[in-house]
Structures are given as structure tokens and as C-alpha cells.
Design a protein around this ligand. Sequence first.
Ligand SMILES: Cc1ncc(COP(=O)(O)O)c(C=O)c1O
Length: 332
Amino acid sequence: MALMKADAYGHGALGIASALPDADAFGVAYLGEAVQLREAGVRAPIVLLEGAMAIDELAYAAALDLAVVIHQHEQLQWLKNSSLSRPLTIWLKVDTGMHRLGIAPSEAASVLAELECLQRAPDPKVREVVVMSHLACADLPDHPMTAQQLKAFQEVTRGVGGQRSIANSAGLLLGDDFGFDWVRPGIMLYGGSPRNDRSAEQLGLRAVMKLVAPIIAIRTVAAGESVGYGASWVAERDTRVGIVAVGYGDGYPRHVRAGACVLLHGCECLLLGRVSMDMLAIDLSAVNAQLGDEVELWGPSLPVERVANWAGTINYELFCQITGRVRREYLP
Ligand SMILES: Cc1ncc(COP(=O)(O)O)c(C=O)c1O
């Protein structure tokens, strides 16, 4: 299952859907995300990972031929009380330890029995059932919770027919025990590392997104003068400064620490002063730059994980923060 929620982790759901014609399913969080894909003509199976948020969403889900997660009893009640145009594939989410979503393992057998009744009824509401869970700490390979969750999942699904799924990207890297019938990678599909202790390159992942912006002004700032809001950076010597047309209004993080840089003609250029909404300033001392030159903010040559580190966040957040005004071009 290719995870496509949050506009395909900021990459643009429609562009990514057409780039992944072989995905067995797409995973989204909210109904609106599924509607967007269906309206654009995406016919692949789609799983609504947070399930219905109100009873009428189940009828929409059936009309759009979506599979839905059931993670709490109210959703099962809604299913029983709903009137559907076709039976739904249900992903039953069991809480094996993350304690965010999911029914308790002790309740799984009875809920599965109820789902089976709905499947066997003369007017069936259920087409098939997949049992799933989600790992809380798979990005920390030695964390004891991962083994506990796997054990709980194996116990809960023992003897239960049907398909099973537990692995996100980090889980997928933990080996075959976590594979089951479906894996659900998100960040690694986009070339992001799911682990702090391994770079994307070490994991053999290639960046899908390259965020670039042009230099729109070049000036020399005299020693003692400052650049940008708050005059927070003051030139120690006369410095050639480039102004790049990207800022927090595009999703570049406002709070990056000193030492953050961008890439220009293969050279790392330091950011100077504060990031503003539409612009940021860079040090051009070491590079021969022209107006219009393209600066890489992150991408194949400057891993997003480095920028995330300078910003005190994670690659996921940087991807998701890319705003609507950023023009996306999809290369064949
Ligand atoms: C239920 C579920 N499965 C899979 C994923 C994919 O996670 P990742 O992007 O870490 O691979 C997510 C994302 O948070 C998720 O919520």
C-alpha cells in the first residue's frame, strides 16, 4: 500500500498516484483525500486509514469503493446501522501497544466474529477483512516495544483467516517477520529515511523531491551592515549576498539554526539572517553566482534530513509543509 495521505507527503497526490500504477492500494487519512483521487479518475483500491468519522462517511466510502479502517466500536455500530450501495472491505485495526487507534487485542475475536456475521448476512455490509496494527517505535530498532507489538499481533491473528499488515517504512526495514500480506510504506516511497541512525543513502533510498528556487537579487553587504528582519545577521566583512525566492510561505522552515545551508553549483552556501515569508539570504562568498541561478533547498544533493536537523524537525514535516503555491513539475 502506497501511503498518499497529506497530499502524498507534500509531493502532490495526483502526480504520485499516476507515478505508481503498480501499487496494490493507496492509503489516505481522510475521506476528502480519497474523493480527490477518485474524482481525478484513480481506480486503484484506496484505504481510509482513520476510517469513517461519522456514519454518513460509510455510505460515501461504499459509493467511492473505498476500504475503511475500523479502529473503535462506534465505527462498528455505524457499519451495522448504515445503508450501503456495496459491501466494504474492512481493515480492522488492533492496538498492539501504540495506544493511538485500535481496538484492544482482547476484543479482536468478538469484533471479528461480528464482522463475519455482517459478511455472511443476506445483504452483506462487509466484503472482506484485513487485520492491521501500527508500530510505535519501529524507527528505533532496539526498542523493546517493537518485538512486543509483533508478538501481540501474531497472537491476535493466529488462526484468523484473511490478510494482515503491520509494517510502515521503518517496520519494513526490520525484516520478513514484519512483512505479512501488506506493507504500508510512506516516507521511504519518497526517498526519505524513516530512521535517525541511517541516512537515506545508506538505506539505498533516492530523493523523489527536489525543492529549488532562483536567486532574484545579488548585492554586496558592507562590513557592519545587516541583512533581513531583526537585523540578526551582521556582516563581519564585505559579503556578497544572494536573495533566494523561497521562504516559510513555501514551506521552507523559518527556524533553522546557524550553519544551515543551501546548495548552489555544488557548493554549500550558508543561510544568513532570518528566513522570511518569500525570501531567504545566502552567502555567495565561495561561489560565482548569477541572477536566476537555481538553488537547491533539499533534494538529491542535499538530503532533506539535514535540513530537518537544522530545523529541529523530521523529514516528514518538511515534506508536508510544502505549500500550495509551490509549482510542482513531475519529470517522466
Ligand atoms: C497506519 C499507517 N500506516 C503506514 C504509515 C506510513 O508510515 P511511514 O511514512 O513512516 O512509512 C502511516 C503513516 O503515519 C500510518 O499512519
